[in-house]
Write a protein that binds this ligand. Structure first.
Ligand SMILES: Nc1nc2c(c(=O)[nH]1)N=C([C@H](O)[C@@H](O)CO)CN2
Length: 122
């Protein structure tokens, strides 16, 4: 299976468990990989046959900007759900990084991989 990816997608949102975090927007950085067969797009040179990474990035950005979750786990799980429901991918892997959240670290966060089984777009 081929992979279409989005690296270092940066989104500002309300995220965090502490009171001070509920009052500010913080930067999150996402690395997204999606399982998608690119052969039809390559053979036709036609965007409509491709997985439009721009459309995925826009959908994720709009969704994440509108959320106010406490845990990065909740946000990454729902972001994976969005990709699987709205785009015809076989699987999605998302690394969600919260930079500066823990002193001494560059970033903290979670990585998940979810498959399309049982989702609408496939
Ligand atoms: N597994 C997690 N641990 C922590 C989270 C989280 O979302 N998942 N969040 C926090 C705080 O919001 C932290 O990021 C503030 O610095 C702590 N641990």
């Amino acid at each position: 299976m081929d992979t279409v990816f989005i690296e270092q997608l940066t989104v500002d949102t309300v995220i965090g468990v502490y009171d001070w975090e509920r009052k500010i927007r913080q930067k999150l950085i996402l690395d997204v990989e999606m399982g998608f067969d690119i052969k039809a797009a390559a053979a036709s040179d036609d965007l409509s046959k491709a997985l439009d990474y721009s459309a995925v990035a826009t959908a994720l950005t709009q969704f994440i900007e509108s959320t106010e979750f406490k845990l990065v786990e909740t946000l990454v799980e729902q972001s994976a759900e969005l990709v699987l429901n709205q785009f015809a991918v076989a699987w999605v892997k998302i690394k969600l990084a919260k930079p500066g959240a823990v002193r001494g670290s560059r970033a903290v966060g979670v990585t998940i991989m979810r498959t399309a089984e049982g989702h609408g777009a496939n």
